[in-house]
Design a binder for this molecule. Structure first.
Ligand code: ZN
Length: 194
């Protein structure tokens, strides 16, 4: 998927593109290049009405994600209280250091798998450790939609898509769509960002 703004082309890679299956490299230092990349990713996320976007989806195999989770959804976890008022937010080298609570199933979608929605079971809460763009380090428990969004985006950094986590029944239901999207994603001769 591609859009142009202020003379700049933004590409969000879709399933079938090899960059989505790579293990992304850590960000060595938060410099102007990383800040610019994060701002470009904010633009792309906003344009496509996403609540999260990981750098590999934007063609960069780096451990950087941007999130924009709406406040209304808060379940009151410490992470939601701290982070939701600060959206949109870029997370540098984010890690999940602990997960807790029951596995909860909820529909997910992904800008890299356009038009496909299916339930994914994930732990209710995770402890996120990350650096944010101004250099501050955070380590905080996140629940609700924020916790889910973080888990979904961090999967992208390990080359994983939400469709890898479906039950076999749900996977069967979306297989036709995934095959079709994958063919498109493989054959589109997108220029890979450096
Ligand atoms: Zn995604």
């Amino acid at each position: 998927m591609i859009f142009k703004k202020n003379g700049k082309s933004h590409i969000v890679y879709t399933i079938g593109a090899p960059v989505l299956r790579e293990n992304a490299a850590p960000v060595a230092v938060v410099d102007d290049n990383i800040r610019q990349l994060a701002f470009d990713m904010f633009e792309a996320m906003r344009f496509f009405n996403g609540i999260g976007l990981a750098a590999p989806q934007y063609g960069h195999s780096l451990r950087l994600v941007v999130i924009d989770v709406p406040q209304e959804d808060s379940t009151g976890s410490a992470g939601e209280a701290l982070l939701l008022p600060r959206m949109p937010l870029a997370l540098v080298n984010p890690e999940i250091i602990m997960s807790s609570g029951e596995n909860v199933s909820r529909d997910e979608g992904c800008l890299s798998v356009p038009g496909v929605y299916a339930p994914v079971a994930r732990p209710e809460r995770v402890v996120l450790r990350a650096q944010i763009l101004d250099g501050e380090f955070i380590e905080i428990e996140c629940g609700g939609l924020l916790g889910r969004c973080i888990q979904h985006e961090l999967d992208h950094l390990d080359g994983k898509l939400f469709t890898d986590r479906l039950t076999s029944g749900d996977a069967r239901k979306v297989r036709g769509d995934l095959d079709r999207l994958t063919r498109i994603g493989q054959t589109k001769n997108f220029r890979r960002n450096k």
